[in-house]
Design a protein around this ligand. Sequence first.
Ligand code: FAD
Length: 479
Amino acid sequence: MHNRDTGGRNGDVSFWWRAGGGFPARRPSLPEPAEADVCVVGAGFTGLWTAYYLKRADPSLRIIVLEAAFAGFGASGRNGGWLTAALPGSRERYARGPGGRAAVLDLERQLRATVDEVAAVCAAEGIDADLVKGGELAVATTPAQHERLREELAAHRRWGLGEDEVGYLGPAELAGRVRIPGGAGALYLPQCARIQPAKLVTGLAGAVERSGVQIYEATPVTRIVPGRGLDGPDPAPARACTVFGDVTAGYVLRATEGFTARLPGRRRDLLPMNSSMIVTEPLGDDVWEQIGWSGCETIGDSAHVYMYAQRTADGRIAIGGRGVPYRFGSALDDRGTTQPQTVAILRRVLSRLFPAAASARIDHAWCGVLGVPRDWCATVTLAPSSGLGWAGGYTGHGVAASNLAGRTLADLVLGADTPRTSLPWVGHRSRRWEPEPLRWAGVHGLYAMYRAADRAEDRGSPRTSPLARIGDRISGRAV
Ligand SMILES: Cc1cc2nc3c(=O)[nH]c(=O)nc-3n(C[C@H](O)[C@H](O)[C@H](O)COP(=O)(O)OP(=O)(O)OC[C@H]3O[C@@H](n4cnc5c(N)ncnc54)[C@H](O)[C@@H]3O)c2cc1C
């Protein structure tokens, strides 16, 4: 590991909390058993957006949010800050649903509009989330990556997306925005904004609370018990059980994403995939002159084990990637502490893509988990007969998607028929993950293949490595 990487912090949830002036004051735990119309489990973006839109639609609703740690403790307060319209899942797979291709395009359209919706709520609620809508750059730095970009662009065009939705930048145009060694070209997607995740989730939690929703922190839900049909002979509400007592509610909505495996009976629903980040010290003007990047686009490469980056409001580079992908038995990290070898990998990526920042100090490293369903497609669902619902499985594209999912879950609770309730992720079902040790071996084997494919491509191989294609097929990512 680079010597200068050891002095920075590792863990402490994420850098974003430190950058935002420290952790906010904690809210109290659930004081006693309670009743509500709706109980939301988990105060990340999904849970908070759901509560936000429900309360706006019907201010008389009694809504309780139960959070195991604090609002934003999970991926919502640790992510790369890409407010991206990227589809969480495969077009082809969603298109197998009853709405077919048109419904997939509708989902994509609504995801693009969601970027502006989040910006509008930030403006309306006075949330300063360092939001800059600079678009998204998917950069190719090897011939094989470039070939994949071309294939991706062709796929976008086949699905009817035009220049306004996704454009191609040649090397000179790319260098006009950001100078990346070997930058052979890029896709540019304008519907993406950079945000500071902790500021967004904290501001949102404040707005939710101001609207009259009760948020209880340090209140882990140990069990969720389904209710019985309220129109049946022996009705009973659903329950979220905690050590402080139960919350009984007409609806209990699970928004626990990468933490879901901890709940009884849910161990194999969503795989807690690990993602790690590092952030540099603030970089000097001389460094920024060499790099460019004045538009604050979010930047990712097109490797199989890809990286994602943002230029922060205070002039740092925050860069993330996979590192160690998964912990045996769906285990979780300890408050965001990531492995030293992951920090070293990310440092090498930083130096390769932004050599002007190669000697910069790394001020903080951290990790978090995202929820990955077995078919890599997200779900929003509600069963009125049991009063249980959930949303998630965004496979690392949840910052914007959680807003649309939250609005949709709110519609489903309210029984409203809206353009959202027929989207293809509504009621989507994915099969469960394999039991251990198969799950661990599968994920680690997959990433070993992806890393080998990236190494082959870095050596100049002009085509996507067959190893990666096999990996996509085994993992269920390829349709
Ligand atoms: C390092 C990293 C980088 C990422 N980068 C991006 C990005 O740039 N763009 C993007 O779109 N997506 C990104 N993602 C994914 C994105 O952050 C998530 O999809 C999104 O935040 C999910 O929000 P959520 O509310 O569903 O889950 P979370 O934010 O994980 O929230 C779940 C909450 O539920 C709580 N909880 C769990 N179990 C219980 C329980 N039993 N009782 C009570 N509470 C419970 C947790 O404490 C947590 O606060 C990234 C993820 C990570 C980890």
